[in-house]
Write a new protein. Structure first.
Length: 255
């Protein structure tokens, strides 16, 4: 794996700070925040910091290798790009940019059901070298259609999203007007004006949309109608009873 890096951003915290300065606050907090009081965010990073590497200085060193085999494929690192909804809010074409980077560096890329790039687009860009995270819809026929689309796009792994029975409570998104239904506030507008590059690129690219779900949406939904659609589209539960039909439909690798 190529370990070269930009000397201006030698650490994750440097990259995080660069992102914070480059995009509007509501977009940054959408990506950077978590549910409730961010307890799990702190827990996850704390657990990573608790990992200690034990040095064996006097033993023969044969070299370091991060390669990891998963689902029959050898990746260059033991991590990948996680599924994130509404990725295009952070930066136009973010899903496509990340998917191409994942292929270039040979790490997994997982496309969210509610991302801003479609299954077909990511399949085309990656030549099928991607995973798809299935957020189970309330209608089983729509589930089957999305599975068929993932198969047709060459998707390598289907990832089942097992989530809580309702949308998470995210105070930052409520404060920033990104709850369902979303709304544009004066605060958001001022934040956009303070990030002209983001604003111009977003204007050129167009408003982010749920590209995979667009096929199933009625035309010309306003913000309130979009919120109702999203609430009604997903079943929000993944009990064991839903898994056999998925396994019967999907013949590929399942995670």
């Amino acid at each position: 794996m190529d370990l070269s890096y930009n000397t201006n951003y030698p650490s994750i915290e440097d990259l995080r700070e660069r992102a914070r300065r480059r995009i509007p606050r509501f977009a940054f907090e959408y990506l950077d925040g978590g549910c409730n009081e961010d307890v799990n965010l702190y827990k996850n990073t704390a657990e990573l910091r608790e990992v200690e590497l034990l040095p064996y200085y006097l033993k023969q060193h044969s070299g370091s290798d991060l390669k990891t085999e998963l689902f029959g494929h050898v990746y260059d690192a033991p991590f990948g790009i996680a599924p994130v909804g509404l990725q295009g809010l952070m930066w136009p074409n973010a899903s496509e940019i990340l998917a191409k980077a994942a292929v270039k560096h040979n790490i997994p890329f997982v496309l969210s059901t509610v991302s801003t790039a479609s299954i077909e687009r990511i399949g085309e860009l990656t030549e099928g070298r991607f995973w798809f995270q299935l957020y189970h819809p309330a209608d089983n026929a729509l589930r089957d259609d999305m599975i068929d689309r993932a198969e047709a796009a060459g998707c390598e792994v289907l990832v089942l999203l097992c989530d809580v029975p309702t949308f998470g409570y995210r105070p930052r998104e409520i404060r920033n007007g990104l709850s369902m239904p979303p709304k544009m506030t004066l605060r958001n507008i001022l934040q956009i004006m303070g990030k002209p590059e983001w604003a111009i690129r977003t204007l050129i690219h167009g408003q982010p949309e749920f590209a995979t779900l667009k096929k199933y949406m009625p035309n010309d939904l306003n913000m309130k109608q979009l919120g109702l659609f999203m609430n009604q589209f997903f079943s929000k539960r993944m009990p064991e009873s839903k898994m056999p039909p998925i396994r019967d439909r999907w013949k590929g690798k399942l995670y």
